[in-house]
Design a protein around this ligand. Sequence first.
Ligand code: KG4
Ligand code: ZN
Length: 343
Amino acid sequence: MDLTGPVLGIESSCDETAAAVLAPDGAILAESVFSQTEDHARFGGVVPELAARAHLSHLPGLVAGVMEKAGVTPRDLGGVAATSGPGLIGGLIVGASFGKGMALANNLPFVAVNHLEAHALTPRLPGLLPGGAAFPYLLLLLSGGHCQCVAVEGLGRYRRLGTTLDDAVGEAFDKAAKLLGLPWPGGPYLERMAKEGDASRAPLPRPMFGRPGCDFSFSGLKTAVAQAVSKGQAAHADIAAAFQTSVAAVVADRARNALEMAPGATALVVSGGVAANSAVRASLSTVADKAGLPLVAPPIRLCTDNAVMVAWAGIERLRAGLTDPWDHAPRPRWPLDELSPAA
Ligand code: KG4
Ligand code: ZN
């Protein structure tokens, strides 16, 4: 299908309210993210009801802002794409309803975007790799809510090779950080603390390391951190360093196996908030080098939740002639392998 104009993307599945306008070729005309972190920090995690209310109050202004910055009116758009799952249902209803309303009022096609597909397609955005990443590639999605290895074989064609049996990797960082007395969300604070520590002074387990397949498990590591802290055997910074070293080693080991399960992959792609961690990036870069593949780590603002990736997923779907009906209901749970592939 020919795209007749720019696409508006809307993200509201967790605690980032975001809007972006992309030209039909994927050029970013305007983008904006409002992070609600401060609203939730004092509760030590995302409070769904607060998040939904914050999306409702911030989204209209954010959308107006990006439309103005991009210099487009709703009539100029070629379509509207809004995250419709998986995520917190309140926020999904706010974003999807807003997107549908705009599309309906302006006679535009609507795309109900799967948030995981949006992360998965990000490396195809023009400008990150010459010509965009070509299918197939291996995606490691490492965030606070998701932790999986996915073979991205084509638009709408995803094979989940492995996932976490308990906590997501970002969640593990946050829980370990909390045990170390750091603020939420703890990943970045833990990374900073780890720089002052010596991992060899607080040996921690490496769950799943060396096992077949590419599943993850982090709850045992979290328990080990809790015990190390309560016994006071090592300095907090040493425990932080050991935790990070252990996670980086496990992620690399899982990525190595996942690459073997995804023959033909043209790149190793890492996304999600934990992709910001330099130890994790460094160990993945070694894995990619050994496999003779490029490691694609999008800039952090495109790794964490954003609307550029949602607009881009919308563009890929619209180009393939895929749109969604007005009665498409947001889905709190929506596995990647339940997507409609391109014909
Ligand atoms: O992708 P994201 O922004 O949100 C979702 O979870 O969807 O990821 C946030 C997660 C949090 O758990 C945060 O602690 C973690 O990513 N994170 C980090 C770092 N920066 C963010 N973890 C380790 N090191 C970092 N530098
Ligand atoms: Zn996400």
